[in-house]
Design a protein around this ligand. Structure first.
Ligand SMILES: Cc1ncc(COP(=O)(O)O)c(C=O)c1O
Length: 359
């Protein structure tokens, strides 16, 4: 089982370039540029001493905050050291023999599936359809599958699966006795998160598993905090029985408070709605690339004529982007960039044009 290379490895790049990591503008990790909510940062500093105690093994205050945020039964929630831990432990308990994942998509699903010996099939997203999930997926899913994993919005394409289509897939999976996992790690960044989320279907469909993360929207990738939501109580019990204790540290266990930070949420939404449009509009003007209309806080683009290694070329300008060459169904002409603050986005546009047009 091979390790997947992700974005955000700023340490390796800084060492390679012989610079401090602060000197690099990191467009390779899709994190809210507003940074850690201030009130939470303050609380972390004031509560430094909590590391002298073990965290609550049930993480009650975190679970309570998540339940309140989504108006969901607390018994349906499982928390983990990042969404990644939840994905791995849920898949370990589901034990699927045959699974379907999108191509391209986030690389850790495949690793988690391989770890339990699942056969992995791919639903190849069509470039001609801007890598959107279409109704063809319904023709593919049948009783021979145990698990389907969708990522909404998908990483690295930044495309959402339309809600009416998701509902069809959910019903189709139910009819065929197939579990459906939907990764909503980036859903807080879409235009209308409440409209797009499938959370309200959890109560009525116990073959549905929703994955969420605080890492992206609340800028806490180093703290590691994610959660899963399902009404499949048997599965949750099995996960709980197999889980190592205290995988969430005392600081991460405090993170529920970010969900109540309404001004941070408002400011973040203002940033994403304004910058996504402005950045996309500017990128669209560049005739040497095709840009896929983003729904998340990241953008996929493709080089059209100039096929040079953009990652290497931009690194010379101390800008780090994510090459998509290691994604199944993409290759070295595809790149993913995060949407950052206006100043950084402007620097990026200028640097990209220089590389494309000035050689
Ligand atoms: C779609 C998707 N889900 C989950 C994760 C993992 O999130 P976390 O850092 O919370 O483990 C990532 C990380 O990049 C991701 O892209």
């Amino acid at each position: 089982m091979k390790k997947v290379k992700h974005g955000g490895n700023i340490y390796e790049i800084a060492e390679k370039l012989g610079v401090q990591k602060e000197e690099i503008i990191d467009f390779s990790a899709n994190i809210n540029p507003l940074g850690v909510p201030n009130a939470f940062k303050k609380a972390l500093i004031e509560n430094i001493d909590i590391i002298e105690n073990y965290p609550d093994p049930e993480y009650n205050s975190l679970v309570k905050a998540i339940g309140k945020e989504h108006q969901i039964n607390q018994n349906y929630i499982t928390v983990g050291n990042g969404a990644t831990e939840v994905i791995f432990s849920m898949i370990a308990s589901l034990k699927p023999k045959r699974s379907l994942i999108l191509a391209p998509t986030f690389g850790e699903y495949e690793r988690a599936l391989m770890r339990v010996g699942s056969k992995v099939e791919y639903f190849y997203l069509k470039e001609g359809n801007d890598f959107c999930v279409d109704d063809d997926i319904l023709k593919v899913i049948d009783e021979s599958f145990d698990l389907v994993i969708l990522c909404n919005p998908n990483n690295p394409t930044s495309q959402i699966v339309e809600k009416r289509r998701l509902i069809k897939i959910l019903d189709h999976c139910k009819k065929n006795h197939v579990h459906l996992m939907i990764d909503e790690a980036f859903i807080d960044f879409v235009d209308e998160p409440k409209k797009e989320t499938m959370l309200s279907y959890v109560e009525g469909y116990n073959h549905l598993y929703i994955i969420k993360a605080l890492t992206k929207f609340y800028a806490l990738p180093g703290l590691r905090i994610g959660y899963g939501i399902t009404s499949n109580r048997e599965l949750l019990e099995d996960m709980n029985n197999h889980k190592e204790p205290w995988t969430i540290n005392s600081y991460a266990a405090m993170a529920g408070m970010v969900l109540e930070d309404e001004s941070y949420k408002k400011e973040s939404r203002q940033w994403i709605l304004a910058e996504r449009k402005a950045f996309f509009d500017e990128l669209k003007k560049i005739d040497q690339i095709k840009v896929y209309k983003p729904n998340g806080n990241y953008i996929l683009f493709k080089l059209l004529q100039n096929k040079k290694d953009m990652k290497e070329a931009l690194l010379k300008k101390r800008i780090l982007i994510r090459s998509c060459s290691n994604y199944n169904n993409l290759d070295e002409v595809f790149y993913r960039i995060a949407i950052k603050d206006q100043a950084s986005n402007t620097i990026f546009i200028k640097a990209l044009k220089e590389v494309l047009y000035e050689g």
